[in-house]
Design a binder for this molecule. Structure first.
Ligand SMILES: [Zn+2]
Length: 347
């Protein structure tokens, strides 16, 4: 390439680039104008607060509300699903057997468009066994790990997906864009993935945490606890979102909920280190050792972990009572898991 043509092509490149930027600005201006009619803060104030957890459900057994102009959050007593109304139809995320019948009623109530796509969040039965209730014509989508487990399960309620993606996938349909990603590791199941609706600023992150609550037992039945401990920070760093659909709870999670949960997990780590280094714990270990004869390592280990977890849980309850729900519920089990992971397996 000569100097001149190089300069010419650079200039052309710049013009094209400038055009692209202005086109993007106009487009995102339009998108934000469409979004601006939707009052995110009003939804948070009504449906992301602790009071809503204890508000009785309507007699029909479920409720629903919008979390973006074209996104609906449907929940029963404890579980939730979300769907998007596009120009061409309805896109559903997750396929819970308990919520799907309610969601199908809500879809009929808000639009006469057909359900075009349903996306598996992961293969677990409580999230996937509603898939058979959707119309045959709906395109079913999952990542490769989910498909592998569904094949093994051979469950008519969890039919095989029509589209199977690996690593990442973008669904663009009727003006809706959904971006899916397999993170480097799983956390809760062996087939987890994260979805993101950039226009609506909604994160689809099933079984990652419970908003306004201490962790579920065994860190949400984590298959990979070390990654489960890191995940809140990764999601906060990676995604810009207003709401987060986590699959359980009737309140919808917000960024503030995830920030608080992240603080909670970091504090749990601090507590484990504080306890492990404390003279009280060391004295207890010595005393434990002295009580068991040689060959009783199993008993010694169990008691050491149990003691560490008990001491950690007591500290945690002291610090977190009132800040989130369920501080008294699962913390000994959760600290058992964290204590083993941080102190013994993966220090
Ligand atoms: Zn699950």
């Amino acid at each position: 390439m000569t100097k001149l043509t190089r300069r010419f092509s650079t200039t052309t490149h710049h013009i094209l680039y400038a055009w692209l930027i202005s086109a993007l600005c106009i487009f995102s201006g339009l998108a934000s104008a469409a979004q601006s009619t939707f009052d995110v803060e009003a939804v948070k104030a009504k449906y992301s607060i602790r009071d809503y957890v204890y508000t009785p459900l309507p007699e029909r057994g479920y409720n629903y509300f919008k979390i973006a102009e074209n996104a609906y959050f449907v929940h029963d007593d404890f579980e939730n699903m979300v769907f998007f109304v596009t120009d061409d139809g309805v896109v559903v995320y997750d396929a819970k057997p308990d919520v799907t019948p309610y969601l199908l009623e809500v879809v009929k109530e808000v639009t006469d468009k057909p359900i075009t796509h349903v996306i598996y969040s992961h293969h677990h039965r409580d999230h996937a066994e509603g898939m058979y209730l959707f119309p045959e014509s709906a395109i079913k989508i999952s990542n490769d790990e989910t498909a592998r487990f569904l094949k093994r399960a051979n469950d008519p309620k969890r039919p095989m997906p029509d589209i199977v993606w690996k690593d990442s996938y973008v669904l663009e349909t009727g003006g809706l864009r959904l971006e899916f990603n397999d993170l480097p590791e799983n956390w809760h199941s062996q087939s987890d993935s994260i979805g993101y609706a950039p226009q609506q600023k909604i994160l689809l992150a099933t079984d990652t945490f419970h908003p306004d609550a201490a962790p579920w037992i065994h860190f949400g039945e984590a298959t990979n606890p070390m990654f489960a401990f890191q995940l809140p920070q990764i999601l906060l760093d990676t995604y810009d979102f207003n709401f987060m659909v986590t699959g359980h709870e009737r309140i919808v999670a917000t960024r503030a909920h995830l920030e608080l949960y992240n603080e909670l997990v970091q504090d749990m780590k601090n507590i484990v280190f504080e306890v492990a280094q404390s003279p009280a714990f060391h004295a207890l270990m010595k005393e434990t050792e002295s009580r068991y004869a040689d060959g009783a390592k199993h008993w010694e280990y169990k008691e050491m972990i149990t003691n560490g977890a008990k001491m950690s849980a007591a500290k945690f309850i002291d610090r977190w009572a009132g800040r989130v729900r369920n501080v008294n519920l699962n913390m000994e089990e959760n600290f058992q898991m964290m204590f083993m992971q941080l102190m013994i397996l993966n220090p």
